[in-house]
Design a binder for this molecule. Structure first.
Ligand code: GRF
Length: 190
């Protein structure tokens, strides 16, 4: 199968990166991760990428005058890979139009809630405080607003009385690891 090249952006742990890379090992999966970018040179996920022979790149935002200049540099780094899709996976920087206009409808993100509910940070605690009976995760297209673009796929996860933000985040993360590869398949079929 002719696999499409994709890039993954991370800032930390990289468990979603891992699930995507592992999914790519199946010859029927339509993509392969050709590079990983991080704003954080210490992101754990970078080591996993290197061990799997995937190119890694990091850029420290502090060395740039503004987000526009930062993203221009990212675009230069990505160019040689000719990537079809950028998957944000725990990437903590807000993306601006500089990058979005270069990859129209080709940047997606995963968020640990049933969007459009609970955008932003500290999701699980806010969900519990609101006494929701379910939460979940969403993969969506990225626009310049936080966790805002068109939803591609979602999985819901029931909340039990005994759940706290730690147990809920674990359950949802497990669902994320199934959802992200499935959403990549759906997007690349279009
Ligand atoms: C995930 O919960 C994802 O939904 C959110 O950030 C977390 C990243 O986790 N955007 P990991 O780095 O993939 O383990």
């Amino acid at each position: 199968m002719n696999k499409k090249p994709i890039g993954v952006f991370i800032s930390g742990r990289g468990s979603n990166l891992k699930s995507i890379v592992n999914a790519c090992k199946n010859e029927k999966f339509p993509a392969k991760v050709v590079c990983v970018f991080s704003d954080n040179a210490n992101a754990e996920g970078l080591q996993f990428a290197s061990k799997n022979n995937i190119d890694t790149h990091t850029l420290d935002f502090n060395n740039f005058e503004n987000k526009g200049h930062y993203e221009v540099e990212i675009i230069k780094l990505l160019k040689p890979y000719d990537i079809e899709l950028i998957c944000l996976a725990g990437y903590m920087k807000i993306i601006t139009n500089t990058l979005i206009s270069c990859y129209p409808n080709r940047i997606i993100n995963i968020h640990p809630s049933l969007l459009p509910k609970y955008k932003g940070l500290n999701t699980h605690q806010r969900v519990l405080d609101a006494r929701e009976v379910e939460s979940g995760c969403s993969v969506h297209y990225v626009n310049s607003k936080i966790d805002d673009g068109e939803i591609i796929m979602q999985t819901s996860v029931p909340i039990e009385n005994a759940d706290n933000s730690n147990t809920l985040s674990k359950k949802i993360l497990k669902a994320e690891h199934e959802l992200y590869p499935a959403a990549i398949i759906k997007v690349l079929k279009k």
